[in-house]
Design a protein around this ligand. Sequence first.
Ligand code: ATP
Ligand code: MG
Length: 418
Amino acid sequence: MINIPKGTKDVLPSQSYKWQYIEDTARDVARVFNLKEIRTPVFEHTELFKRGVGEGTDVVGKEMYTFEDKGGRSVTLKPEGTAGAVRLFVENGLSSTPMPVKTYYITPAFRYERPQAGRLREFHQFGIEVFGSESAETDAEVIFAASSFLGKLGLSGTRLEINSIGCRSCRADYNRALREYFEPRLGDMCETCRTRFSSNPLRMLDCKEEKCREISAGAPSILDYLCPDCRGHFERVKALLEESGLAFTVNPCIVRGLDYYTRTVFEFVSDAIGAQGTVCGGGRYDGLVEQLGGAHTPAVGFAAGIERLMLLMDNIGAKYPEEPKVTVYVAGMDEPTRAAAFSAANRLRADGISAEADLMSRSLKAQFKYADKLGAEYVAVIGSDELSENEITVKNMESGKSERIKINDLYAYLKKEI
Ligand code: ATP
Ligand code: MG
């Protein structure tokens, strides 16, 4: 037999209700924040991610699923959702519609990483992207949407950490200061940090190696290098969060893994899932739309990893609603009563009630046993006796109450009961 590829996961029939719950919760958050769904292809031209996510990032440098299609084009399975969302925004002229353009997506994403708990090669993200507003209210609204999503899932204990990484102009000064600090210490730092030193020293703060973290701890803080505009923006974001009672800590080491961020960056982090503690990450990316060929458009968004959220929910014992059970099992005994049961089940389904009838030629006794396994709320039986009078005996499996009614009244009867 052929196995599932490494780093991917099946969703089994007994588990899919959990996925549906998380997706329904995401859509409900999107609804109250008036975000509209977008869907972009699973693969895009490789160039989009190279330019959009950034050549210097781990994602583009090491993790992309890139291949040539039969027409000789280089295409890549999306490693994240933002670049595609920006392409959609630019290509479809959404910049000429009223601003802000508020979007969300639920998408698979692909990264060639070393699989471990909370780190897969195919994973899923719920993300939102809001285009066209520079205001701090927008950053705060996006953070609130993330917080509300986590809260609804019972994960309000997740920590919010925020930072500002400034704009291009404050970043230039800061990069200079970082290089000055790191240069004499480079010998003690990892290979990756040494390459980042010249390409993008900011990313050195994101290194997970213990020795690099120790060195980074003493590095100058970006917050001391923000220009007045970026500082004002960050103060306003913090004030808005405070005013609404959303607790956060400022962590000047958060820089995020992707190149496109400017100003506000944030993460929701948990200690309950080991090293991969970030369940949701996001920030502002004011230069990306322009970089991908659109008019200058400020934007801000986040993405939450669904598998990581599920891992966290399992680890802290967060509850899912109960798996929905079938409402009624309709049983028959011989050919005519089975046919009547079959059509009764179909009529219920047409009216929106979930129903099952025998597909396995089981005896009546075996049907009862099976209905019990399914957790059916009602079992309705049509015996020869009942059939001759167009009747059916309905039993409430919980209370044990049993009633004989007209088959035609079954829908109305159940509707009244449930
Ligand atoms: P990490 O530091 O964990 O590698 P990242 O900075 O690469 O995260 P983002 O690109 O910001 O992550 O993606 C947003 C979210 O998507 C992460 O916070 C995480 O929940 C989830 N995520 C990212 N990569 C993976 C993966 N390989 N497997 C499962 N979930 C992932
Ligand atoms: Mg990563």
